[in-house]
Design a binder for this molecule. Structure first.
Ligand code: ZN
Ligand code: ZN
Length: 178
């Protein structure tokens, strides 16, 4: 196992409770994994409509991961400019706050290091037309990676710009066969 892969005991300790979609639909938030070339663990927390509560990247290293996370998220976001460094927060989690099992594990581990966590949280903001926008995610597999985008509160993950681009470029007959 590579040194920065999160052992199961730590993964369990870091698993966040689901919670509800705050000030949108109040429905339960689900956590989805995101695959990436980075060695750590991604959690995308979103409601059934696709409104993102938070995206969390966790890696068991000492260095600051913010630049890696910023770069990767920009590659998954339409437009890229939606990802601002100021919306990323870096935190370090230590043993005592993670429960007994994780604390014991971290106390024995060498070299000693905390767990780095980067949170990406985009609060509702005003679009150019003055209407409120939120961060959405589309987890459909017709594009190779999840796609983050901004849309009015009434939108759904179905309004994904990458899915729309696929629809435009696929002839009607080919689409029917899918
Ligand atoms: Zn919601
Ligand atoms: Zn999509």
């Amino acid at each position: 196992m590579p040194a920065h892969t999160l052992p199961r005991v730590l993964e369990v300790a870091l698993a966040a409770p689901g919670g509800r979609c705050y000030r949108h639909c109040e429905r339960p938030v689900r956590t989805r994994r995101l695959r990436s070339p980075l060695p750590g663990t991604w959690q995308v927390r979103a409601c059934p409509a696709g409104v993102v509560s938070v995206v969390v990247y966790t890696e068991w290293v000492r260095r600051d991961l913010s630049q890696d996370v910023l770069h990767l998220l920009r590659g998954h976001t339409v437009p890229r400019s939606l990802v601002h460094a100021r919306d990323l927060r870096l935190a370090t989690r230590h043993g005592p706050e993670l429960g007994t099992a994780a604390e014991r594990f971290l106390a024995r581990a060498r070299p000693r290091r905390g767990i780095r966590v980067v949170y990406w949280r985009v609060y509702p903001f005003q679009g150019k037309d003055g209407a409120e926008r939120r961060l959405f995610v589309c987890l459909r597999t017709r594009h190779p990676t999840p796609v983050f985008f901004a849309a009015p509160s009434s939108a759904t993950a179905g309004d994904c710009p990458s899915c729309a681009a696929v629809r435009r470029s696929t002839p009607r007959r080919a689409r029917k066969r899918r």
